[in-house]
Design a binder for this molecule. Structure first.
Ligand SMILES: NC(=O)C1=CN([C@@H]2O[C@H](COP(=O)(O)OP(=O)(O)OC[C@H]3O[C@@H](n4cnc5c(N)ncnc54)[C@H](OP(=O)(O)O)[C@@H]3O)[C@@H](O)[C@H]2O)C=CC1
Ligand SMILES: O=C(O)CCC(=O)C(=O)O
Length: 434
């Protein structure tokens, strides 16, 4: 039951004030303007890129296990597809909104371009707390979502994937519902599925792994051997747990971890493989027997070398950016740093390696999964990890060269410049734009 399709241009208005909390869309637009100022881009083109191509809003009736019916709202924002089909995750969270999906879709456009993947940017989600639903209810809701989005998704049109509150099981249901409607098995409609139905080995670990790869490269750039580096990670889900475990395996000392209930801290280092992850038992990190417990806010202010916010957006704000004591922030979550906080961190010399580079391993292995699906092939885990490493190093080198070429650029600016230039070049090559 599609209840509304918003056409290009009819974007919810960005809040006039620059005060916080700001929406993902407001942050994404300000970041775009800032990066565009470093490039020779027609202002009309920048204006166009502030808006999505389309937003699909759907009503999702769900029969609860007790027989009552509740109607949830879902969105799919499709930002730009000049380089290929739309691509991006589906988020199940109570804070999902149209505006958030548009902002996150914009970030996907840049992320795919930074990684030089043949995809555009999209993001979607349902306004729901998945922890309030039984497994059967989550499955019914997901199937209904797939049914309602049928017309705007597909392996050559728009390919969803997991994000916060969704996982491989969710993608399996989604792919099955879509395939049943189409009358044939179509694994390429989503990525992040279980490997037994066409998912890629290594996809689940990939965003966290890429955060770890980029953190490692950044530490090397600043002459900090990983063995001497302390790390604090906020969020121990798909991204946070895999980033923490990879950095731990590679010799760094992970001193703090958290879930939604709070953080644990051990100055001598936590055994990240002994702490249960979100997929094993959500909310159990804070119950781990560690020397100290902290609030999530205090974790962000720990005196560590590398801080990895890998939970939700807008956690480093104007209010606490002055208290961040890490030398470097590597963004695991999408949009953890507000625009104002970014400026404060830059002023204070705290390097911020942005989300659209650091966590891009997820969509990169999604691309590998899509390639495997459309070609009916299956890659080994070693091949996935080798190709991911190569793609991340290529992107890191492109960004680093841009960063080194201009003293005025932050790491975020440099990353945007790389992505944005590719988008603009593609539009220019296709002509008649905006
Ligand atoms: N999954 C993916 O493929 C990708 C995800 N991302 C981004 O990474 C971020 C995390 O996603 P993902 O790891 O998939 O999510 P998950 O749902 O797997 O895990 C989220 C983690 O964050 C914790 N958490 C939730 N809310 C808060 C809060 N308010 N404060 C502190 N911790 C909190 C959760 O705790 P608890 O266990 O208690 O619920 C859990 O440990 C999101 O911004 C997402 O967009 C980016 C690239 C790819
Ligand atoms: O794997 C994908 O397609 C998208 C992952 C995602 O949503 C993200 O990188 O934010």
């Amino acid at each position: 039951m599609t209840v509304a399709t918003t056409e290009p241009g009819a974007v919810p208005s960005e809040s006039a004030s620059a005060t916080e909390p700001e929406s993902a869309l407001a942050t994404a637009r300000r970041q775009l303007e800032r990066a565009a100022a470093h490039l020779d881009i027609d202002p009309n083109v920048v204006e166009r890129l502030k808006h999505p191509q389309r937003v699909q809003r759907v009503s999702l009736p769900l029969e609860r296990d007790d027989g009552s019916v509740e109607v949830y709202t879902g969105y799919r924002a499709q930002h730009d597809s000049v380089r290929g089909p739309f691509k991006g995750g589906l988020r199940y969270h109570p804070d999902v909104s149209e505006e958030e999906c548009i902002g996150l879709a914009m970030w996907m456009t840049w992320k795919c371009a930074v990684m030089d993947l043949p995809f555009g940017g999209a993001k979607g989600g349902i306004v729901v707390n998945p922890k309030d639903l039984s497994v059967d209810e989550r499955e019914r809701l997901t199937r209904r979502f797939a049914q309602e989005l049928r017309d705007v998704i597909g392996p050559m049109q728009d390919i969803p994937a997991p994000d916060m509150g969704t996982d491989a099981e969710t993608m399996g249901w989604f792919m099955d519902a879509y395939s049943m409607q189409e009358g044939e098995t179509i694994p390429g409609v989503v990525t992040g599925k279980p490997p037994v139905i066409g998912g890629s080995l290594g996809r689940e670990e990939a965003p966290g792994r890429s955060v770890a790869i980029v953190a490692r490269e950044a530490c090397t750039y600043y002459d900090r051997p990983l063995e001497d580096v302390t790390v604090a990670v906020q969020g121990f889900g798909s991204v946070g747990a895999n980033a923490a475990r990879a950095l731990d395996d590679w010799g760094a000392t992970v001193v703090a971890l958290s879930d939604v209930n709070g953080a644990i801290y051990d100055p001598d280092g936590l055994d990240t493989n002994d702490v249960m992850g979100h997929d094993e038992r959500p909310g159990m990190v804070s119950g781990y027997d560690a020397p100290e417990t902290l609030s999530n806010e205090a974790l962000l202010e720990l005196d560590v070398d590398v801080l990895i916010p890998a939970a939700v957006g807008n956690v480093i704000t104007e209010a606490n950016a002055g208290d961040v004591r890490a030398d470097m922030v590597v963004e695991g979550a999408n949009g953890p740093t507000t625009f104002a906080a970014d400026a404060i961190l830059a002023e204070r010399g705290v390097e911020v390696i942005p989300d659209i580079l650091a966590n891009a391993g997820g969509v990169t292995v999604s691309y590998f999964e899509w390639l495997q699906d459309v070609n009916h092939r299956s890659w080994s885990l070693d091949r996935v990890n080798e190709e991911l490493e190569a793609k991340m190093l290529d992107a890191w080198r492109d960004v680093r060269r841009t960063y080194e070429a201009d003293d005025d650029l932050t790491w975020r600016d440099a990353t945007y410049v790389v992505g944005l230039q590719r988008i603009v070049d593609a539009h220019t090559a296709r002509g008649l734009w905006p």
